[in-house]
Design a protein around this ligand. Structure first.
Ligand SMILES: Cc1cc2nc3c(=O)[nH]c(=O)nc-3n(C[C@H](O)[C@H](O)[C@H](O)COP(=O)(O)OP(=O)(O)OC[C@H]3O[C@@H](n4cnc5c(N)ncnc54)[C@H](O)[C@@H]3O)c2cc1C
Length: 377
C-alpha cells in the first residue's frame, strides 16, 4: 500500500512525520515537494530586513524524515478518481493521498497587479522585495503593501522597521479593503495590531480597495492614484494549480473523497462546529494531526474485512494568534492581548517550539536569538 503526501509545508511535514512513526513497516510513504527544504513561512517577512534568517527558516527535507521516500518534483495535477498524482517527472499512483500544497497568491483579475507587484510566498519573493526596497531607502519614496492579513501586516511592519533602522525617507502604506486590519481575527487583536502599525509610522488605509495598477501608481476603487516605488501584494490566496486553482471545500473530515485528503491552505475547510477554518500555519498543523489519525485507522482496517472506520473530525479551537510588527509583536492569548517584549518572547518561543518539534533544534536556537536580539558570539 502506498500513501502519498503532496507538499512538505506545515501540514505535509506534520502529517508525514506522524505517519512515519505510526504506519506499519510495509506501508510505503512518499513525500513530494518541488523544493528540497521545508520553509517556515510564518517568518518569511523577516527575511526582507534580515536576509541572514533565510537559512534558519529553511530546514532540509532529508533531515526531517527517516523512512519516507522523498521525491523532489512539481505536482502538476491530481486525478482523484484514478488515484494518480501527475508530477513533472512522471506519475505516482496512490492508495491514500493528502494534498498539502498550500496556497498561491490570488490577483482576482485586477489589471496590472500581478505584473507590477511582488507577492510573498517564497524566499525568492522576500529577497526580491529587499532588492527593490534598498534603493528606495536612499532615494526616498513609497512602499505600498496591498492586503492587511497576517502576511501584509507583518511585511509592512518589517518595511517600516527597516526604514527606521536606516533613518531613511521611506513611507510605508498598508491598504485594506475591509474596515480593519487582520479582518478575520478577534476585535481586540485587530485593534492592537492597528495601533502597533501606526506607532511605527505605517500609513494605514482601511476601506481602500485596489482597482488597478500601472508602472507608477496604484489606483483605488475611489479613484485615488497612489504613487509607489515598491508594491507588495498580499491581498489574497487561491488554491494550488494542481487542484484547478481553487481552494476546494472540505468538511471536518478534511477529505476530497474517500481516499484523498486536503489539509492546510490548499483547501477551504469547515470544522465540526461549522466554523470556517482560517488559512494559517496553526490550522495546517492541527488539521494534519487529525488526518494522521484517520489515515492510520484506515490503513489498519484495510484487509480486515470490516467497515471503514469513521474518519476523525477536525475541531479548530485556536489558542490565540501572534504577529510581529517590526521589532514589536501582538499576541492574543484567550481573551487577553499582549504587546511589547512579552508578545515578542511568546512569538519567538512558538516559532522555536515548532522548529524543535520537527527536530530542527539548531534552527530553533538561531530563531530565538534573531527574534530577541541575543548575540552569543
Ligand atoms: C509572510 C507570511 C506570514 C505569515 N504569518 C503567519 C502567522 O503569524 N501565523 C500563522 O498561523 N500563519 C501565518 N502565515 C500563513 C501560513 O504560513 C500558511 O497558512 C501556512 O504556510 C499553510 O501551511 P500549508 O502546509 O498548508 O502550506 P505551505 O506551508 O505553503 O506548504 C506548501 C508546500 O507545498 C509545496 N508545493 C506547493 N506547490 C507545489 C507543487 N505544485 N508541487 C510540489 N510541491 C509544491 C511547497 O514547496 C511547500 O513546501 C503567514 C504567511 C506568510 C506568507
Amino acid at each position: 500500500m502506498r500513501i502519498v503526501v503532496c507538499g512538505a509545508g506545515y501540514a505535509g511535514v506534520t502529517l508525514a512525520r506522524s505517519l512515519e512513526r505510526r504506519l506499519p513497516e510495509e506501508t510505503e510513504l512518499v513525500v513530494v515537494d518541488e523544493r528540497p527544504y521545508h520553509l517556515i513561512q510564518h517568518e518569511l517577512h523577516r527575511v526582507v530586513r534580515r536576509p541572514e534568517l533565510a537559512e534558519t527558516i529553511s530546514v532540509p527535507l532529508d533531515s526531517l524524515f527517516e523512512r519516507a521516500t522523498l521525491r523532489e518534483t512539481r505536482v502538476e495535477a491530481i486525478d482523484v478518481d484514478e488515484r494518480i498524482i501527475r508530477c513533472a517527472d512522471g506519475e505516482l499512483e496512490y492508495d491514500y493521498a493528502a494534498i498539502c500544497l498550500g496556497a498561491e497568491t490570488a490577483y482576482y483579475g485586477l489589471p496590472g497587479v500581478e505584473e507590477h507587484s511582488i507577492p510573498l510566498k517564497r524566499l525568492e519573493h522576500a529577497r526580491e522585495i529587499r532588492e527593490r526596497v534598498l534603493p528606495l531607502l536612499d532615494s526616498g519614496g513609497r512602499a505600498v503593501v496591498g492586503g492587511a492579513g497576517l502576511s501584509g501586516v507583518q511585511v509592512a511592519g518589517e518595511l517600516a522597521a527597516l526604514a527606521r533602522e536606516e533613518a531613511a525617507p521611506l513611507d510605508v502604506t498598508l491598504l485594506e479593503r475591509f474596515d480593519n486590519v487582520a479582518p478575520n481575527f478577534p476585535a481586540n487583536f485587530r485593534t492592537a495590531v492597528a495601533e502597533e502599525l501606526e506607532e511605527r509610522g505605517v500609513d494605514l488605509r482601511t476601506e481602500t480597495a485596489v482597482r488597478r495598477t500601472t508602472a507608477d501608481a496604484i489606483e483605488t476603487a475611489d479613484g485615488e492614484a497612489i504613487p509607489y516605488g515598491l508594491f507588495v501584494w498580499t491581498g489574497g490566496i487561491r488554491g494550488p494549480d494542481a487542484l484547478g486553482g481553487r481552494r476546494s471545500p472540505v468538511r471536518s473530515d478534511l477529505r476530497l473523497d474517500s481516499r484523498t485528503f486536503a489539509v492546510g491552505d490548499a483547501a477551504k475547510a469547515v470544522d465540526r462546529d461549522g466554523e470556517a477554518v482560517p488559512a494559517s500555519a496553526q490550522a495546517a498543523i492541527r488539521g494534519a494531526r487529525v488526518v494522521a489519525d484517520s489515515l492510520v485507522a484506515l490503513v489498519e482496517s484495510e484487509g480486515s474485512g470490516g467497515f471503514d472506520p469513521r474518519p476523525e473530525r477536525f475541531g479548530f479551537d485556536s489558542p490565540g494568534w501572534l504577529v510581529s510588527v517590526g521589532d514589536g509583536a501582538v499576541a492574543q492569548v484567550g481573551p487577553s492581548v499582549l504587546r511589547g517584549r512579552a508578545a515578542l518572547a511568546l512569538k519567538a518561543s512558538v516559532g522555536a517550539g515548532y522548529l524543535s518539534s520537527v527536530g530542527a533544534v539548531r534552527n530553533a536556537v538561531d530563531l530565538v536569538d534573531e527574534e530577541l536580539g541575543i548575540d552569543r558570539s
